[in-house]
Design a protein around this ligand. Sequence first.
Ligand SMILES: Cc1ncc(COP(=O)(O)O)c(C=O)c1O
Length: 388
Amino acid sequence: MGMHCLVDHHVLNVGVSPVAQRSHRRFAIGPTRPLCLFTRKYRLAMMSRVIDLRSDTLTVPDEGMRRAMAEAPVGDDVYSEDPTVNALQERVAAMFGKQAALFVPSGTQGNQICLALHATTGDEVIAESGAHIFHYENAATSVVARAQIHAVASDAGEMPLERVRSAIRPRAYYYPRTAVIAVENSHNRHGGTVLSTSYLRELHALAQDQGLPIHCDGARIWNAMVSTGESPLTYGEIFTTMSVCLSKGLGAPVGSLILGTQEHIERARRWRKMLGGGMRQVGVLAAAGLYALENILPLLPHDHRRARMFAERLAGIERVGIDTARVQTNVVVFTVSGMDDTTFMAACLSRGLRIATISPGRMRAVFYHQITDEDVSTCVGIIAEVLA
Ligand SMILES: Cc1ncc(COP(=O)(O)O)c(C=O)c1O
């Protein structure tokens, strides 16, 4: 009594749609009550379960993750005394071959602290024009690092090297100082596309030549690793600093890590405190990250396979426009003809599929470990029916 429990299989399966039956693992409910007291309202909610493909941030902790969180040894992390946080930081730093790592609450904070390690007042950050740091972080670079972003367009996330070269400012007192080149891998707004290792090596050579650091927004670096088969050590070698997220496809409820040299991390710790990100017995969250690295990371290839399966089936629907070659990880971007975004999304939702746009006219579906093969078929069926 008084503890959390997962909904019991047998009780829920009575009178519940197949979709709802499959989904029971996703719903944990509050304090334990006799199972017979599950309300009619709850069962109805389960019957109308919606498959939510808006983002891979929609994962919920599974039973094993919740157990790991509950059992984590903890301490005060502002004193650097949380053993679980320390273990997570050491593990991820070693994984990428970096000297040190720092646990931060979000990918946004991770990115912005890293940019502030490299850039300061009046500086410029070169970033791809669809970058998360440019579109979705409330212009935080202008507040935290107090620098501006110099956006460079690309087709799928790889800024052409000649454009990067010409974006680097000559040294003159009236120009901003170019402080850092930022990349995103995989690239969210371009549809989860992956930056090739050969491209990254060339970019690295250019940056070295110009004496510039490279920061990687690696919110989904795990997906890039799975797609290319590349060792994380390669990314650690190429990028001066990285921010990697545990709360996207890895399925943890919270958390990112900043990676860099010991000196970067000491400075990052000061920034984190200043931004209110110093946390106390946060090993309960770090434990979710450790669990995710062990148990969810190996599942990512299935997310990629399901994304591909979904994309290939959508390609067979007449009114869908899709470039399956761009489906490289767990994200699928597509267009629909003859129906506006709002009508399409509402029609899908009324049939049990929640989907969102990534920009006007472009739908995005994102796959994560709680979306099954059967869900893929259901979703394709819904879209085919909506567009019939
Ligand atoms: C590519 C990318 N970078 C950074 C972030 C920011 O992460 P958070 O939501 O944890 O701040 C996101 C969030 O979805 C993202 O997609």
